[in-house]
Design a protein around this ligand. Sequence first.
Ligand code: SAM
Length: 364
Amino acid sequence: MSLDRIDPAQYESQLADKLAAFKADFAGLGLPEPEVFRSAPLHYRMRAEFRLWHHGGRIDYAMFESAGDSKKVVLIEDFPAAAKPICDLMPRLRDTLQESEVLKRKLFQVEFLATHSGELMVCLVYHRPLGDDWVEAAQALADRFGVQLIGRSRKQKIVLGRDWLLESFELDGRTLRYQQIEGSFTQPNVGVNRQMLGWASRQVADAGGDLLELYCGNGNFTIALAPAFDKVLATEVSKSSVRAAHYNLDANGVDNVTMVRMSSDEISDALAGGREYRRMKEVALDSYRFSTLFVDPPRSGLDAATVELARGFDRILYISCNPVTLRDNVAALQDTHEIAAAAVFDQFPYTHHLESGLLLKRRA
Ligand SMILES: C[S@@+](CC[C@H](N)C(=O)[O-])C[C@H]1O[C@@H](n2cnc3c(N)ncnc32)[C@H](O)[C@@H]1O
């Protein structure tokens, strides 16, 4: 993201342009008028990562911007996209690192993760092995700023405290709690994420029956949607996300979800009666009466096998971070499904990226 583009005065017109482009992408596919969910104009990102630039005896946060064929280093004084606690910590952390040879030597990246609940994690990434002198200095740093601190270098990860944060926020009268593990996927814009969870919950409020969820991550949507269904089968490929999802089911008292670590093509194969999977041994697939499929895939969208799996569902709720692959998948389902509701979520202000949601229903 180019920093000079973070200009709240431009926010509404940029969002209007993105919305117009989104509607144009879906021309001919029967798109209803999308509901629009805005971001906070500043301090909306709960994650930020910077290179650490060593120059003339100083260290500074830096980003790279494309300049023709090459990359230009841009030093970062402040980053108003980041959540307030990250912005407040950034200069104090840099000045403290600057004073400590053991903490700043061969430090090349700094990553921040914050939660709405007020927790903060910092990950310092090095081009050298970390020893006891680093641990002692880093522990003092963690204590001073009250953060969870992680040091990383090749084949080394030192955790001072926890390698996860506990997020929590209100949704429709419930307090939802989520473990967020360092390095695993979490939605970057907490304000927009809450709006996505609210919209998705409303789309399935009267669904009943059972839910199949693919790409469930740490259970972000699973926890919010589970009360609308009798049973949920949720799948995800990343080990650490599945671990967090199990924690989150417990932490939220959700007991109607079975979680399985499976990729989307494996679960598509299993449901199509393909080979037997050891990880599915305890899952009585025949006992499910699926009314709804929920998917939130990576930018690549749904593969061909998963599109065919989706075709078998009366109701498909699809959250997407890439309108191009979403459009392709919806076009492939056009003969069997129509778009019943649409929404756009401005997760990534001041960029061309737009998150969106579609509810697809089987044609009469
Ligand atoms: C956009 S994230 C959404 C995660 C979650 N729904 C959330 O809201 O935080 C996509 C998730 O898909 C997972 N993933 C990527 N490729 C996958 C695959 N082939 N099969 C299953 N999950 C996959 C990633 O690990 C990631 O957790």
